[in-house]
Design a protein around this ligand. Structure first.
Ligand SMILES: [Zn+2]
Ligand SMILES: [Zn+2]
Length: 115
């Protein structure tokens, strides 16, 4: 016999997570906080940008030196990716966050062009 008054699965909305380390964030009073990165979001909305924790008097930037820049060829272009030192607060336990510049220059005149 089939019961029709049972509960079918409820919908679970996944918890917000940090865009950098992908860890679930802790939430309190409409503020989200990432323990790993040491940053918080004042508004819990998609794509909201995090900020340094203001409760601490002064937070230094981690500043982990940038990895070596990367150069390679991709689809007929010379690509250079230049990295910068880590911008997360000092003492974060997540992996470092290095901003980078991406430059793509067409390889022209191409050595493959013949008369
Ligand atoms: Zn994080
Ligand atoms: Zn760092």
């Amino acid at each position: 016999m089939i019961r029709l008054d049972g509960d079918l699965p409820g919908l679970v909305i996944s918890a917000p997570s940090c865009g950098h380390c992908r860890q679930e964030v802790s939430m309190e009073d409409g503020i989200a906080y990432c323990e790993g990165c040491g940053v918080y979001w004042g508004t819990i909305e998609e794509d909201e940008t995090s900020q340094f924790d203001e409760d601490r008097d002064f937070v230094e930037v981690c500043g982990e030196p940038a990895p070596e820049s990367n150069s390679y060829k991709y689809k007929g272009c010379a690509v250079t990716v230049a990295y910068y030192p880590c911008i997360l607060p000092e003492g974060h336990s997540s992996r470092h966050l290095h901003p980078y510049d991406y430059e793509s220059v067409p390889l022209w005149p191409s050595s493959e062009v013949s008369a």
